[in-house]
Design a binder for this molecule. Structure first.
Ligand code: ARG
Length: 603
């Protein structure tokens, strides 16, 4: 999505483009009819491009695709179409710089009415409801296990989920952000076992350790215990066996085990909540596997009764998904215990009862693609009518340049540590630039820069791509980064502050004064914002908006460079350019919020 031509297409089409597309569809339909060809031409598939040179116009219609049908050369078709298009839009031939259209080789190029576009921008008349305004969309993201703290992979998941939720809401949807906490199972019992045997009554408070890290440390300890106790490769070690016994105790409701489980889960979740709060991530509802796995089990048993599933000789319940080109899947183990997919069946049904959604989006790593294919197939088989509206928003791995994240060995790239080091790097930069006094709150500013750097870097790649997170690169003030965008916001803010009460502000805003090329480029970019939001929502891909933001900042820089604002030759021009800058700031703030980048007045 970062491909330049694509971003140009997506982000530089103001609402006026749609009007011209419809007109062109009428023209083409007429030409077909005159040539004795049946059929209509829809506005949507009419190909339109941004001409490579703005001097050629704002929109170009290539005529190649109609040559065969109309049995004419594309330039000839363009000539005829331009004449009809002018008639369709009710104007005379006019000169080449005036709004209107003209043939250019095989293209019909269209020039928008600049002053009219600026007028409607300032009037704020584009208040159409978003395309998703009658949809209830539930978005699940983060969804950690409670045996260890959040890591870099979660940071990508979190920002993807939060950003997609904000984008869907901006496109009109009613959004509910949810999280499933996998708080049950063998993984938690491992941390619990290590704590039982070596915890000695310590607590996060007594050790002054963030509570989820406290739990995670025992998970790491379990793994070294297991390694030490395991005599031969492949056999189940003693520690593993004791962890399983603990799981059985938990399942049978043993009070001491349940109490320990509650305590350790509380620590884990409390610590994670601190991290979410720090990164600006929030949820409308938490679900816990311990609440939903029994419902999942019931549903599986119900399906077995209805003949949808099968009981194997060893007692396991399975489903044969051969007709969906998927493997046979175990739904309940032979000892009757549930597995990962069992709880997901229960969780989905629980959620739909809770809040009947039109769509449910799961933001989960690409390594679980198969899991979700199977899950969706099972829910369809259970006859749930909403099961066809489930979507796995899959994303790729993220690593640091030094190497892979490995959680088992405890060498995972911890989310909190990474946030701390990004913040420290940003703080150092503020100090080196001697900006401490100017920014007022250096530590708070550094934290916001760190989040801007991290979130933009993670979102500018399209979700499915595996990626390397490069901390130093992400923090750079030049180039396609979060801090660069934040810096642009700060620059505009400070200019507007300077303008307050100055002569520049006393002029009259006149739309026709903003007709220069750099201003026009900016106007088109600003008016293309809604289109970019809707495109990002349709693709559920925040990188579309990241590309838009970069385009906006480049367009603003050109304008800022070419068009003096406070020193404009007269007050009306200055006031008009200030008004345009205010529009940029409005859109910038809005778009930054959608990609979870904190806005900064000064930096
Ligand atoms: N907790 C799981 C993990 O860490 C991810 C859960 C994803 N969501 C779901 N509904 N299965 O792998």
């Amino acid at each position: 999505m970062n491909d330049d031509s694509l971003s140009r297409q997506m982000t530089k089409l103001p609402p006026e483009a749609e009007i011209w597309k419809r007109r062109m569809a009428c023209v083409l339909a007429k030409m077909m009819k005159d040539a004795g060809i049946d059929g209509t031409v829809d506005a949507a598939p009419v190909a339109a491009e941004i001409p490579p040179d703005p001097a050629m116009g704002d929109l170009g219609f290539p005529m190649f695709g109609y040559a065969k049908l109309l049995r004419k050369g594309p330039p000839q078709i363009a000539q005829a179409a331009a004449v009809l298009l002018r008639a369709e839009s009710g104007e005379d031939a006019g000169d080449a710089r005036a709004p209107g259209c003209a043939a250019f080789g095989p293209y019909v190029n269209v020039r928008f009415d600049r002053a009219a576009a600026v007028r409607s921008l300032f009037a704020g008349t584009d208040t159409a409801a978003g395309p998703l305004s009658n949809q209830k969309i539930m978005v699940e993201f983060s969804s950690p296990n409670t045996n260890k703290p959040l890591h870099l992979g979660h940071l990508r998941n979190d920002v993807l989920g939060e950003s997609v939720s904000r984008i869907l809401a901006a496109a009109g949807a009613e959004v509910r952000k949810v999280c499933i906490i996998n708080d049950r199972g063998i993984h938690i019992c491992k941390s619990m076992l290590a704590y039982l045997e070596h915890g000695g009554g310590k607590t996060p408070e007594s050790e002054h350790v963030k509570s989820d890290h406290f739990v995670g440390d025992f998970y790491v300890l379990f793994n070294s215990m297991a390694k030490a106790e395991k005599k031969r490769e492949g056999e189940t070690g003693e520690a593993e066996k004791r962890a399983r016994e603990l799981l059985l105790k938990w399942e049978s409701g043993d009070p001491a085990t349940v109490a320990l489980w509650k305590k350790m889960n509380g620590w884990a979740v409390d610590g994670m909540k601190e991290t979410w709060e720090r990164t600006g991530v929030s949820f409308d509802q938490f679900y816990y596997e311990s609440q939903t796995y029994l419902l999942g089990r019931e549903e599986v048993l119900g399906g077995l009764e209805r003949g949808l599933f099968r009981k194997e000789e060893d007692g396991a319940v399975t489903v044969d998904l051969g007709d969906e080109k998927l493997d046979t899947k175990v739904l309940l183990r032979s000892d009757g215990t549930s597995i990962y997919i069992t709880q997901d069946i229960g969780t989905a049904i629980f959620r739909h009862r809770d809040w009947p959604f039109d769509r449910l989006v799961y933001v989960v790593g690409s390594e679980q693609q198969y899991h979700f294919k199977v899950l969706f197939a099972i829910l369809r088989r259970l006859g749930l009518d909403w099961a066809s509206n489930l979507y796995h928003l899959s994303y790729g791995m993220v690593n640091l340049p030094e190497g892979k994240m490995k959680s088992r060995e405890g060498t995972v790239v911890d989310a909190d540590d990474l946030l701390d080091s990004l913040r420290d790097m940003a703080l150092l930069e503020i100090r080196e630039k001697e900006r401490e006094e100017a920014v007022g709150d250096p530590a708070g500013t550094a934290e916001k820069i760190a989040l801007g750097a991290l979130h933009y870097y993670l979102l500018q790649a399209s979700p499915l791509k595996d990626m390397l997170f490069n901390p130093r690169e992400s923090l750079s003030f030049n180039g396609n980064t979060g801090p660069y965008l934040q810096y642009m916001g700060a620059r505009i803010s400070s200019m507007l502050k300077k303008a307050a009460g100055s002569a520049a502000e006393k002029g009259n805003v006149k739309s026709e004064l903003l007709a220069g090329d750099a201003e026009w480029d900016l106007v088109k970019t600003i008016t293309g914002y809604k289109g970019a939001v809707n495109a990002a929502a349709a693709a559920m891909d925040p990188s579309v908006l990241a590309a838009y933001l970069y385009e906006l900042s480049r367009s603003f820089s050109r304008f800022y460079h070419d068009c003096p604002i406070l020193n404009a030759p007269d007050a009306d021009l200055a006031a008009s350019r200030l008004a345009l800058s205010r529009e940029v700031l409005r859109v910038l703030k809005d778009a930054l919020y959608l990609v979870c980048i904190p806005f900064l007045d000064v930096m």
